[in-house]
Design a protein around this ligand. Structure first.
Ligand code: ADP
Ligand code: MG
Length: 261
C-alpha cells in the first residue's frame, strides 16, 4: 500500500518545502521507499536537494505533465532522480509555468497528475507532493492525486483566513474529484514558544479547527539550522542531528507512520 501526501498552503514561506524534504528523509531512513514530487515552478525543493541548475535537467515534472496532456507515452523513470537510498525526486523547473498554462485547455485538466501518480504508487511507499503557493490548477491536481493533505502553518501571523480558503478547496476537491482525500493534519512550523503571539495563534487555530481537523501534536520549532538546510542541500538529520528541529521532524515522521496508509 502506498500513501500520497500533498503538502499544501497557498501562503508562501510557511515551511512546505522544508517539511517535504525532512519528512521525506525521515520516512526514507525508516526504510520506506519515498518519491518527492516538486510541483512548484520555483523549484525550491529541487534546489534544496542540491540540483542547482534545474533548468538544465534533461526532464522534469513539466515533461510528465505535458506528455499526459498530449496523451503521449511516458518512458519508464522519465525525470526521476535517485537522491539517496530509498529516496527519489521528480524535479521541477520554470518550464512548469508554461505547462500550467497549457493545462487549462486539457481534457480532464484536474486529473492530469493523478494519471501519473497512480502508476508511480506501485513503486513507492510514500509520495510527497510539494505544492506551489497558490490554489491554482497545479495544486488542485496535487489534491486530486493525494490520499491526504498536510498543511504547514506558520505560527507567526494570523493564518485563519487563508486556512478557511484552503480547507474549502480541499473539501471541494474531495466532493468533486477525489472522495478518498482526507486531511493528514495541520502542522505548526517555525514555532517560537517564547512568544505569546505564537501561543495565541496555535490556540486560535486549535479552537477554530481542532475539532474537525487533525492537528499534529508535533510542532516544528523555529531554528536557524533548519533555515540553513536548503542552502547547504542537506536534510536536518545530516546537518544538525542533535538539534531541536531534527528531533521535531523525527517525531513528525513517527506521527505520519502511525497514521498509516
Ligand atoms: P514554503 O515552501 O512554504 O514556501 P519553505 O520551506 O521554503 O516554505 O520555508 C520558507 C523559509 O523559512 C525558508 O527560507 C526556510 O529555510 C525557512 N524555514 C523553514 N523552516 C524553518 C524553521 N523551522 N525555522 C526557521 N526557518 C525555517
Ligand atoms: Mg516551497
Amino acid at each position: 500500500m502506498s500513501k500520497v501526501i500533498a503538502v499544501a498552503n497557498q501562503k508562501g514561506g510557511v515551511g512546505k518545502t522544508t517539511s517535504v524534504m525532512n519528512l521525506g528523509a525521515g520516512l526514507a531512513s525508516a526504510g520506506k521507499k519515498v518519491l518527492l514530487v516538486d510541483l512548484d515552478p520555483q523549484a525550491s525543493l529541487t534546489l534544496s536537494l542540491g540540483y542547482r541548475e534545474p533548468d538544465k535537467l534533461e526532464a522534469s515534472v513539466a515533461d510528465i505533465i505535458s506528455r499526459v496532456v498530449n496523451d503521449e507515452d511516458i518512458p519508464e523513470g522519465l525525470g526521476i532522480i535517485h537522491v539517496s537510498d530509498n529516496m527519489d525526486l521528480l524535479p521541477s523547473n520554470i518550464q512548469l509555468s508554461a505547462v500550467e498554462v497549457s493545462m487549462v485547455n486539457a481534457m480532464s485538466r484536474e486529473l492530469v497528475l493523478r494519471y501519473y501518480i497512480e502508476q508511480a504508487r506501485e513503486k513507492y511507499d510514500f509520495i510527497l507532493i510539494d505544492c506551489m503557493p497558490s490554489l491554482g490548477i497545479l495544486t488542485v491536481n496535487a489534491l486530486a492525486s493525494a490520499d491526504s493533505v498536510l498543511v504547514p502553518v506558520q505560527a507567526a501571523y494570523l493564518p485563519v483566513k487563508g486556512l478557511q480558503q484552503l480547507i474549502k478547496t480541499i473539501y471541494t476537491v474531495k466532493r468533486r474529484l477525489n472522495s478518498r482525500l482526507s486531511i493528514e493534519g495541520i502542522l505548526f512550523t517555525m514555532v517560537d514558544r517564547r512568544t505569546l503571539y505564537a501561543k495565541e495563534i496555535i490556540e486560535e487555530v486549535n479552537e477554530a479547527y481542532g475539532k474537525s481537523i487533525p492537528v499534529f501534536s508535533t510542532e516544528i520549532p523555529i531554528s536557524v539550522r533548519a533555515s540553513e538546510t536548503s542552502m547547504v542541500a542537506k536534510n536536518i538529520y545530516d546537518y544538525d542531528p542533535k538539534g531541536k528541529a531534527a528531533s521535531a521532524y523525527s517525531a513528525l515522521t513517527q506521527e505520519v507512520l502511525k497514521h498509516g496508509c
